[in-house]
Ligand binder design. Structure first.
Ligand code: NAP
Length: 522
């Protein structure tokens, strides 16, 4: 069995004791172990700050961009091997694996090119100089400079490659060193990817470290210049952001948590139209891709009452062809859930939705024998569509995220009612309005915008540029208010903001002008 290692202080290390076991979720076979017990996280933090931070700040944006491009190439060069590991340890189908691994290299490449476009500066000016008197003799100028601590990244199990890359890209380009911690259950892919990143030689000493397993006392050590960026469940996010030292030191925290994303079919859309077909395709993709384990997956499908029957029928039919099983078996389109705990949670969650008034149209919580999996083994769930006839009474549908291959159809009568129902989830990552009508798109999209980090307006004329709402793009914001954690990631320069300190320079204008002469305007 493989023993996974963490990469700390420039060395590959493993902790004491038996540690945790990592499994193949299709067969339940043990694949490896990892332990971080006894590792020196204080030294890792110091190493990041003194070595990594100093080295990154000495690099221009363009040089940091070149570094990110080299990291992107390092991942791409191991693409097949990484995809294979994700199939084995995370239950990804080959296509799910590409989504994760190519998402990682693509995001690094985006920020690499962006860094190059920022040129030889090492920090930003934010806005123009402001005259504070009658002339420019006394003036003010906002700047954004790299924070001098370490960025600790804690990631969820569902994107072991992309999770590390999307956070690290923003922090490294902003000039902050990173200690990244993947979720343990699916960390085999992250550990292998980390090997490729280190071997690339592109990283200055201390710029990127990885903890494969629990973080020990690292979070308790975070101080005023540090950043904690977390992706995972709302409960863990709340626990981490309320730690004593995190509050006392005002550690900057970004939380990406769960979300009950909506797809809204506009009242103008007819069955069989291109926009209708796109809507059905997007919903079906989000049920099946990554076995529904995507924070951006469509969980609630709002449909005008008159169209409910058609949508229910078409969605169920669309899922007929799906094959649940081991990613290594021929023809499988939906892999297993990542862990036994996930399987338990999804089953309990589906039952909760049913108790709340939703009816199962296809799928459900019953055990499934996955194709190519040993008899009775594997964490499989059938693609599931539920229908809640009374959208107001079905509270659990608006409150409980089932993190698996499942969605619920809900009828609505008016745009106002639909907006109010969407808002009942208490804040989300992304929701989509499917329409061909300007008035419908404006009313619904702007009506739900305050509750989201991203709102999509989709119709059948978009062509191949449309990847669906579930694909997080580095150029656009990822995150959302309330339940979604209140965080903001990516979105080009916006994602770097977490790692930059805004300060106002105030005083003698000519000296301020000199101090910022080599800055890049944000
Ligand atoms: P989780 O149990 O909260 O775990 C998330 C991460 O937190 C893991 O790396 C976990 O490490 C770590 N962790 C747990 N306790 C910790 C502690 N005391 N100190 C430090 N780290 C700790 O969440 P999950 O079940 O993996 O993820 C599923 C959830 O994530 C879903 O609700 C989904 O919606 C959400 N999600 C959100 C986004 C987004 O971008 N908004 C993306 C993906 C997933 P171990 O694995 O070692 O326990």
């Amino acid at each position: 069995m493989q023993v996974l290692k963490s990469y700390l202080c420039g060395e590959w290390v493993s902790g004491e004791g038996a540690g945790q076991t990592l499994y193949d979720p299709s067969t339940e076979e043990a694949l490896g172990t990892t332990s971080t017990e006894g590792l020196d996280f204080g030294a890792a933090r110091e190493h990041a700050i003194t070595k990594g931070g100093a080295a990154l700040r000495a690099m221009t944006f363009a040089q940091r961009g070149e570094m990110l491009l080299a990291l992107s190439r390092a991942i791409h060069s191991k693409r097949d091997e990484l995809i294979e590991i994700g199939m084995k340890n995370a239950g990804n189908t080959r296509s799910d694996g590409k989504f994760d691994v190519d998402g990682a290299s693509g995001t690094l490449a985006f920020y690499g090119e962006f860094g190059k476009s920022l040129g030889d500066a090492t920090f930003f000016t934010d806005g123009d100089a402001i005259n504070l008197g009658r002339s420019s003799r006394v003036s003010g100028q906002h700047v954004l400079v790299s924070r001098r601590g370490v960025a600790v990244h804690v990631n969820a199990f569902n994107f072991p490659a992309w999770g590390l890359a999307e956070k690290a890209a923003c922090a490294l380009l902003a000039g902050m060193p990173v200690i990244s911690k993947p979720a343990t259950a699916t960390a085999m892919l992250t550990a292998k990817m980390m090997e490729a990143l280190v071997a690339s030689g592109a990283l200055p000493d201390g710029a990127l470290q990885a903890i494969v397993g629990p973080t020990g006392d690292l979070i308790d050590r975070l101080g005023p210049q540090d950043v904690l960026a977390f992706t995972g469940s709302g409960a863990t996010g709340a626990m981490l952001r309320s730690k004593k030292n995190v509050i006392a030191n005002a550690v900057r925290v970004n939380v990406e948590a769960d979300s009950l994303n909506a797809a809204i079919l506009g009242a103008d859309v007819e069955r069989g139209s291109e926009t209708y077909q796109l809507f059905i395709n997007d919903v079906a993709r989000d049920i099946t891709q990554k076995a529904g384990q995507k924070c951006t997956a469509i969980r609630r499908v709002f449909v005008p009452t008159a169209m409910v029957e058609a949508v229910n029928e078409d969605l169920v039919e669309r899922l007929y062809g799906t094959v649940v099983g081991s990613p290594f078996a021929e023809g499988v389109t939906v892999g297993p859930l990542a862990t036994a705990a996930q399987l338990r949670d999804v089953r309990v969650g589906l039952e909760l939705l049913v108790k709340s008034g939703a009816k199962v149209l296809t799928g459900g919580s019953a055990a499934v024998q996955g194709k190519g999996a040993p008899e009775g083994k594997g964490f499989f769930v059938a693609p599931t569509v539920l229908f809640a006839e009374d959208p107001h009474a079905a509270s659990a549908v608006h409150e409980h995220e089932v993190f698996g291959p499942s969605t619920t159809v809900l009828p609505y009568k008016t745009a106002d009612e639909c907006i109010a129902l969407v808002a009942r989830a208490g804040g989300g990552l992304v929701s989509t309005v499917y329409t061909d009508d300007r008035a419908v798109s404006a009313e619904l999209a702007l009506g739900i915008a305050a509750y989201h980090g991203r709102v999509c307006i989709a119709n059948g004329r978009m062509g191949s540029g449309w990847l669906g709402p579930g694909t997080v793009l580095p150029s656009l914001l990822h995150g959302g208010p309330g339940r979604a954690g209140g965080g903001e990631e990516l979105g080009g320069v916006r994602g770097m903001g977490l790692y930059l300190q805004r300060a106002a320079l105030q005083g003698y204008g000519p000296l301020i002008e000199g101090a910022v002469a080599n800055a890049r305007k944000v």
